[in-house]
Design a protein. Structure first.
Length: 54
């Protein structure tokens, strides 16, 4: 579970099957890509916290 989501819900198997590489982006791209990463983390946090309510 990550943020209240199962691995199936975050498509871990799909990513692995597609052989998507996980590597650190070049230094000059990191700042540009950070807002997208933070948005995804916010969605995971929000979804995880709202699923456990009521």
């Amino acid at each position: 579970m990550v943020g209240g989501l199962s691995s199936e819900e975050i498509a871990k198997k799909t990513i692995a099957a597609a052989k998507v590489p996980f590597e650190l982006p070049p230094a000059d791209e990191r700042r540009e890509r950070l807002s997208g990463v933070l948005n995804v983390l916010y969605v995971i946090f929000t979804e995880g916290s709202t699923r456990n309510v009521g």
